[in-house]
Design a binder for this molecule. Sequence first.
Ligand code: ADP
Length: 491
Amino acid sequence: MKKFILAIDQGTTSTRASLIDKEGNIFYKSQQEIKCSFPHDGWVEQDAIDVWLSLLNVVNDLLAKTNLNYSNIDSIGITNQRETTVIWSKLDGMPVYPALVWQSRQSAYICDGIKKYETLVYDKTGLIINPYFSASKIRFILDHIADGQKRAENGELMFGTIDTWLMYKLSNGKIFKTDVTNASRTMLFNIKTLNWDDELLRIFNIPKILLPKVCPSSHYFGDATFLRKGLKICGVAGDQQAALFGQNCINKGDIKSTYGTGCFVLMNTGNDIVFNKDGLITTIAWQIGDDVHYALEGSVFVGGASIQWLRDQMRMFKDAKDSEAYAKAVDDTLGVYVVPAFVGLGAPYWDDDCRGAVFGLTRATTKEHFIRATLNSIALQTKDVIEEMEKQSKKKIPSLRVDGGATSNSYLMQFQADILGSKVIMPKNLETTSLGAAYLSGLNSGYWKNIEEINKVHKIDREFIPRMTEEEKEEINKKWKIAIKSTRMFK
Ligand code: ADP
């Protein structure tokens, strides 16, 4: 009987289930959108029950459409939106508050109150104090439900990121675990000792009993008995880490960028914990057995979203893919630079307060130039993050592996290669997040014998070779830096 790994990718906007075969191909994929609510400015919430039901829907749909059943599944790998915080009651397994999504900023005031611990927090977690991470979100929920602190201390409540929540439900309440990658995004986990950190727990006044057990990413977590007795969950990782693994970035120095709504760049730093105070965060890439890999990470807030903005607000075209033909219709941007700092700038600038800007307009500027300059801005922001990584590792990166929706734009990918002066490599299977979760699970279950076997199944589709002259590159870089600087001054 043919067996597959069931990869569950629970993202911010949708839940996907895929069946992945031994050759690393997606046999079939099922997807369902999930809703976010925005109760106040800057608040982003989800219903954790909706998230759980969406998982059941996509898995059912997958099996129905393929005419397969659970006996065709070797094991389950889960990857998830990171940092999103769920707290539920131990008594009935029901959430006690909406899930606070990673982007949500209602706990900003809690972060402001603990700024004095910045160095301590950074040294232990590799993170900057920001409402993005789970700790202040947990504090917020405990402060906004009746007797929250008391119930947490009495062991009546459970906290989990989405992986923990889904495993809890899938196991009928038996599994209360997370993996190191998800734990490393809570701001409560010491990435050196690989334990929940008592000092951090004290700072946030969070009782340890609320937290799940932390396990390696490739590990037998327990059984998804809700689906079928004996169906094993053997892999868990946060989405960006899963993508790094799914891109086969398994060696020190390997680097990937995901081009979705935002852009997420991760560089594998091997077994070394590399700290970078110039705008990158340090995180756990994965743990397999005792082998822990770390990564440097930089996120660009507005990547593909700038193309949505051209489409929906500027009404320049009907479909994101049209941007490519427009960009290619002209030879350059005619000196136009777009800085899409719609919500401030992420890594390596971390400037919350600046807003978007356009430079270099003339009477000759056309829509084509504007579109081309906006696409360039996605690659230029990514380059800024990679430049920081190169400074840190004192090495030029030979190549960048890419995935995400906007990689379908070959103008963008070529410009990325040009401006980096490094090769851009696109895998055949762009669903690298699901692939990563599947690889982690299959490695533990024995579906794949070892990483070398996975190496063999990983296929490359296209490569973009840099072809811009040094002078051209320098000129664009120089102007771009001025554009960033000026944008940050306009407040
Ligand atoms: P997410 O997982 O963040 O929802 P996806 O990986 O699905 O994102 O990618 C969607 C993003 O990619 C959108 O912001 C969209 O504007 C952008 N995008 C999709 N196709 C193209 C294209 N051909 N050129 C440029 N951007 C694109």
